[in-house]
Design a protein around this ligand. Structure first.
Ligand SMILES: Cc1ncc(C[n+]2csc(CCOP(=O)(O)OP(=O)(O)O)c2C)c(N)n1
Ligand SMILES: [Mg+2]
Length: 892
C-alpha cells in the first residue's frame, strides 16, 4: 500500500526529503536548491507524466525568510517612540476636529494600521534628494493624510494652529485639507490620491515617464523610485489593476507598490471568504511583478521555522480573511482554540505561549524589522516592479474603540476611557485630567525623538511630502511657427485636425524647444493623420525596435526607438491621461518643462476619464488635451457611441481648464501659442482642452481687425460683418467649430433670400465667456456702489442689432449659459440627443444645426420681435424643405 497523507510513513518520507534538501541548501545555496527542485519536477513529468498543479501563489508566509532579512539599521526603540508620537497626534487631530465641529470627519484607522509602513519608509527609504540630485516620488494613501500631517507637525513644519484647523481650511490662518490636494496645499502635497485607483495607475505611468525622460536624455538616470502606498480595498478599482502589465513589460524596477492589507475596507472585510493577499499575489505574480509578502511578524519566526512538516503554514493558508479579522478582536484563548485547535500537533506547537502572548503575536506589517527587510529587498530589486503585500490590523491600537472592527473606518470620536487607553498603550506623557480634549503633544526640539527624526530626514535629503516647482520658465516658441496659419489655405480644404498636426510637427522641429513636446495617442494616430510623426520623431520604446516593421519600405513606417518622442499608449485613455499628467507636472516633479499634447477621440475623454482630468486640475497639470473627431454631426458615420456633442459641457466644471472649440486654422495657432506662453513662460496653473474635427474645409485668412487675436482668446469676435449695409432686418449669428461653415451659409441665404443682414461671430469658447461674465456679476454683487463691470460678451455684442442665433455641434445649454448677458433675444441651436450613423448633411438636418435651420431660427426670432410676419416663417419652412413634424432629436 502506498503511503497516505496522514500516516506515519509518509511523514517520515517527507522529512527525509526535506532533510536532503536542507543539506543541498546548506552546501550549494538557494540557487542550487532551486535548480534541483526544477530538475525534480522535470524528471517527474518525463518519467511519470506528473504535472504539478499550477499555482499562482506561494504559501501563506513571508516571502523573505527570517534568516535572509537585511539587518535593521536604526534604533528600534527610538523609532517606536517617534511612531507613537505620530500616532497620537494623528488621532488627536481627528478627535479634536470632531469634538469642536460635529461631523467634520476624518480618518483614524487607516493611518493607525499603516504607521509602521510609513515610519520605516520615512526613516530609512524615502529620499527627498539622492546623492545624484534625483529623488523618490511618493503617492501617499489619501485616507492616511492625518499621519502625514502629524509627522510634519513633529518635524516642525506644520504649526499647531494648522493642525487644530484640520478640515477647516477656511478658518482665519488657514487649515489643512482633508486629503492630499496640491491645489489647496501647493507646497506640501504632490498627488491627489483619494479618489481610489487613481494613485496606482498614475504611479505606474509616472515611473514609466521617468524612464522615458531618461531614455530621451532629458533626465539623468540616478535611481530614484516611485513609491505608492495603497489600500487593499482600493485594489478593487479597475484602475488599480488595469495597467500592471505595462509596469512589468517596461521592467519598471523604479516602481514599488506597498499595499496595506488590513483586510478591511469601509463597510467590512475586503475578502471575508477569501484571502486578499493571496489573490493579489496571484495577480501580480502572473503579471510579472516581484511580489514580497509580509504577513507574520518576528513573534512567529520560531513557530514557522519549527514547522518542519508544513502543518502550520497549511493551516495559516486555510483560514479566511474574515476569520483572521475575528482573531484580531477576540481573546488569545479563542485564537488558540479556533486557529490551532483543529489538530493536536498544532496545539502542541503553541503550548508554550500563554493566551496573552498568543493574542499579542504581531503581524508582519506592524513589525519594523519585517517591513524594513521587505523595503530593502524591493529597493535593491532590478528588472521588474515590486509589490509589497503587508498584513496589518485596521485601527491598530484603538482597542475597544475600533481595532479590527467593521465600524473602524468611520471611527472619529473616542471617549475619555478610550483616549486614556490609547495614550497609555503608546506611552504619551499626557496626564489623565488633560486628556479630555485630546491635546497635541510635541517634545522639545532637543528631545532625542525629535533630533532622531530630523537627523533621519536630513540624511535622506529633506522632508516629505514637499511639493515645489523645480523648473525655471521656458522661453516662448518663435512667432514664425504660428504665423503660417494666419494666412489661411486659399481655398484648399483641410480639417482642423490636419492644422493641429501640422502645427505640432512644426513645434516638434524647433531646434531648441521641440524636445519638450510630448505627443500622446491611445492608438488613434492614423485616425488623426499623425502617422508622419512616427517617422519624424519616432515612437518611444524602452527597448528600441527589435523587429523589422512590415511597412519598413514605406516612407512613414512604424518606427519605434529608444529615444522616440511619441507616447503611443495603445488603447487606454486612462493610461494616456496618466502619461499626460506625468508630463504636465514634470515642471514641478522633475524640473523639466515637458509640454504634453494628448490627442484622442473626444467622446472618450471627459465622460470616460473625467476623474483623472479632475485630478490633473488639482495637480496644477499643464498641457493640451486635444479632443479629436469632435462634434456630434461632424464625425460622420460613427453613430451614438462616438459622436460627441457634450465634451464642452463636461469641460465646464474643471476650474482651471480652458476649453476652446475653434473653427479656423489661425484660431488654433493663436490658442496654442498663447497657451504655451501662459503655462510655460508665465507659469500659470492652467491647462487646455481643444476640440478639432476631421471635416475638410477651406481655412480663411485671419481678419485684419486689431482685436481678433484678443477675441479668439476671450472667446468671441466678429468674423464677418454683413455686406448688406443699410438693411432694416438685422440679425447676429454665432458659430463655433465646423458648424461655423453652416452659419456662413445661413448668412448668405438670409441675405439673398430673406433680406436679412446678419453678422457672423466666431465663438471660440463659451466657457471663457461664461467665466468672465460670472466674474463681473459677482464683483458687481459685492461692490454695489461702484461702477458695474460689463461682461466681455455684453460689451462685444452691445452695438449689434437684432436677435442672436447661436449654433454649435454641442448641446444647446452652452450658448444658453450666456443668455442673460447677451443683449437681446438669444436662440440656441445644438445637438442634444444620441448620435446616429449617417453622413454630415443628414446629421445636421436631424439635429437642426444646418444652414436651413439657422435661417429658420433667425426668421422665427425676427417674427417674435415683430420685424416680419409669421407667414414669412411658415413659407420659409416650406421653401427650406423642413418637416415641422419631424422627431425631436433630443429624445429620439
Ligand atoms: C473612487 C472612490 N470610491 C469610494 C471612495 C470612498 N472610500 C474612502 S475610504 C474607502 C475604503 C478604503 O479601504 P482600503 O482601500 O482598504 O483602505 P484602508 O482605509 O483600509 O487602508 C472608501 C470606499 C473613494 N475615496 N474613492
Ligand atoms: Mg483596507
Amino acid at each position: 500500500m502506498p503511503p497516505t497523507e496522514t500516516d506515519g510513513l509518509e511523514v517520515l518520507e517527507t522529512r527525509e526529503w526535506v532533510d536532503s534538501l536542507d543539506y543541498v541548501l546548506e552546501k550549494g545555496g538557494p540557487n542550487r536548491a532551486g535548480r534541483l527542485l526544477q530538475q525534480l519536477a522535470l524528471h517527474a513529468r518525463r518519467e511519470a507524466g506528473i504535472n504539478l498543479p499550477f499555482s499562482a501563489t506561494t504559501p501563506y508566509q513571508n516571502t523573505i525568510p527570517s534568516r535572509q532579512q537585511a539587518p535593521f539599521p536604526g534604533s528600534q526603540e527610538m523609532e517606536r517612540r517617534i511612531k507613537s508620537l505620530v500616532r497620537w497626534n494623528a488621532l488627536a487631530m481627528v478627535v479634536r476636529a470632531n469634538k469642536i465641529q460635529e461631523g467634520i470627519g476624518g480618518h483614524i484607522s487607516t493611518y493607525a494600521s499603516a504607521a509602521t509602513l510609513y515610519e520605516v519608509a520615512f526613516n530609512h527609504f524615502l529620499r527627498a534628494q539622492t546623492e545624484n540630485g534625483d529623488r523618490d516620488v511618493v503617492y501617499f494613501q489619501g485616507h492616511a493624510a492625518p499621519g502625514m500631517y502629524s509627522r510634519a507637525y513633529l518635524e516642525g513644519r506644520i504649526s499647531k494652529e494648522k493642525l487644530q484647523n484640520f478640515r477647516r481650511e477656511l478658518k482665519p490662518g488657514g487649515g489643512l485639507s482633508s486629503y492630499p490636494h496640491p491645489w489647496l496645499m501647493p507646497d506640501f502635497w504632490e498627488f491627489p490620491t483619494v479618489s481610489m485607483g487613481l494613485g496606482p495607475i498614475q504611479a505606474i505611468y509616472h515611473a514609466r515617464f521617468i524612464k522615458y525622460l531618461e531614455n530621451r536624455g532629458l533626465k539623468q538616470s540616478t535611481g530614484g523610485k516611485v513609491w505608492a502606498f495603497l489600500g487593499d480595498g482600493e485594489m478593487d478599482e479597475p484602475e488599480s489593476l488595469g495597467s500592471i502589465t505595462l509596469a512589468s513589460r517596461e521592467r519598471l524596477d523604479n516602481l514599488i507598490f506597498v499595499v496595506n492589507c488590513n483586510l478591511q475596507r469601509l463597510d467590512g472585510p475586503v475578502r471575508g471568504n477569501g484571502k486578499i493577499i493571496q489573490e493579489l499575489e496571484a495577480i501580480f505574480r502572473g503579471a510579472g511583478w516581484n511580489v514580497i509578502k509580509v504577513i507574520w511578524g518576528s513573534d512567529w519566526d520560531s513557530l514557522i521555522q519549527n514547522d518542519r512538516d508544513g502543518l502550520l503554514v497549511k493551516r495559516l493558508g486555510e483560514v479566511s480573511d474574515g476569520q483572521y479579522q475575528k482573531y484580531f478582536v477576540e481573546s488569545g484563548a479563542y485564537f488558540r482554540q479556533n486557529m490551532f485547535g483543529t489538530d493536536p500537533r498544532l496545539l502542541k506547537m503553541v503550548e508554550h505561549f500563554s493566551d496573552e502572548q498568543l493574542a499579542r503575536m504581531r503581524l508582519g506589517g506592524h513589525d519594523p524589522i519585517k517591513v524594513h527587510a521587505a523595503y530593502r529587498a524591493a529597493a535593491d530589486h532590478t528588472g521588474s516592479p515590486t509589490i509589497i503585500l503587508a498584513k496589518t490590523i485596521k485601527g491598530y491600537g484603538l482597542g475597544e474603540a475600533g481595532e479590527g472592527k467593521n465600524i473602524t473606518h468611520q471611527q472619529k470620536k473616542l471617549n475619555d476611557d478610550e483616549l486614556q487607553m490609547f495614550r497609555s498603550r503608546f506611552g504619551i506623557p499626557i496626564p489623565d485630567d488633560e486628556l479630555h480634549n485630546a491635546p497635541f503633544y510635541r517634545p522639545s526640539d532637543d528631545s532625542p525623538e525629535i533630533k532622531y527624526m530630523q537627523a533621519r530626514r536630513q540624511q535622506l535629503g529633506g522632508y516629505m511630502p514637499t511639493r515645489k516647482v523645480r523648473a525655471t520658465p521656458l522661453k516662448p516658441f518663435p512667432d514664425a511657427h504660428f504665423e503660417e496659419f494666419h494666412k489661411g489655405t486659399e481655398g484648399r480644404e483641410v480639417s482642423t485636425t490636419m492644422v493641429f498636426v501640422r502645427l505640432l510637427a512644426k513645434l516638434l522641429r524647433d531646434p531648441e524647444l521641440g524636445k519638450f513636446i510630448v505627443p500622446i495617442v491611445p492608438d488613434e494616430a492614423r485616425t488623426f493623420g499623425m502617422e508622419a510623426l512616427f517617422r519624424q520623431v519616432g515612437i518611444y520604446s524602452s527597448v528600441g525596435q527589435n523587429y523589422e516593421p512590415v511597412d519598413m519600405d514605406t516612407l512613414l513606417y512604424y518606427k519605434e526607438a529608444k529615444n522616440g518622442q511619441i507616447l503611443e499608449e495603445g488603447i487606454t485613455e486612462s493610461g494616456s491621461m496618466c502619461s499626460f499628467i506625468a508630463a504636465g507636472t514634470a515642471y514641478a516633479n522633475h524640473g523639466i518643462n515637458t509640454i504634453p499634447f494628448f490627442i484622442y477621440y473626444s467622446m472618450f475623454g471627459f465622460q470616460r476619464i473625467g476623474d483623472l482630468i479632475w485630478a490633473a486640475a488639482d495637480m496644477r497639470c499643464r498641457g493640451f488635451l486635444v479632443g479629436g473627431t469632435a462634434g456630434r454631426t461632424t464625425l460622420a458615420g460613427e453613430g451614438l457611441q462616438h459622436q460627441d456633442g457634450h465634451s464642452h459641457v463636461l469641460a465646464l466644471p474643471v476650474p482651471n481648464l480652458l476649453a476652446f472649440d475653434p473653427a479656423f486654422a489661425y484660431e488654433i495657432a493663436i490658442i496654442v501659442q498663447d497657451g504655451i506662453r501662459r503655462m510655460y513662460v508665465d507659469q500659470e496653473s492652467i491647462f487646455y482642452y481643444l476640440t478639432v474635427t476631421n471635416e475638410p474645409l477651406p481655412m480663411p485668412e485671419m481678419p485684419a481687425e486689431a482685436n481678433v487675436r484678443d477675441g479668439v482668446l476671450k472667446g468671441l469676435y466678429r468674423f464677418k460683418a454683413s455686406a448688406k449695409t443699410g438693411s432694416l432686418l438685422r440679425a447676429q449669428l454665432l458659430g463655433s467649430g465646423t458648424i461655423m461653415y453652416e452659419v456662413l451659409k445661413a448668412q448668405q441665404i438670409l441675405e439673398e433670400k430673406y433680406g436679412v443682414a446678419a453678422d457672423v461671430w466666431s465663438v471660440t469658447s463659451y466657457k471663457e465667456l461664461y467665466r468672465n461674465a460670472n466674474d463681473c456679476e459677482r464683483w458687481n454683487m459685492l461692490h454695489p456702489a461702484e461702477a458695474a463691470k460689463v461682461p466681455y460678451v455684453t460689451q462685444t455684442l452691445k452695438a449689434a442689432a437684432g436677435p442672436f442665433i447661436a449654433a454649435s455641434d454641442y448641446m444647446k445649454v452652452l450658448p444658453e449659459s450666456l443668455a442673460k448677458w447677451v443683449p437681446g433675444q438669444l436662440v440656441s441651436l445644438g445637438t442634444d440627443g444620441f448620435g446616429r450613423s449617417e453622413n454630415r448633411a443628414a446629421l445636421r438636418d436631424f439635429f437642426e444645426v444646418d444652414a436651413k435651420h439657422i435661417v429658420l431660427a433667425t426668421l422665427g426670432a425676427l417674427a417674435r420681435e415683430k420685424k416680419i410676419g409669421t407667414d414669412v416663417v411658415k413659407r420659409a419652412i416650406q421653401e427650406l424643405g423642413i418637416n415641422p413634424e419631424k422627431a425631436n432629436p433630443a429624445v429620439s
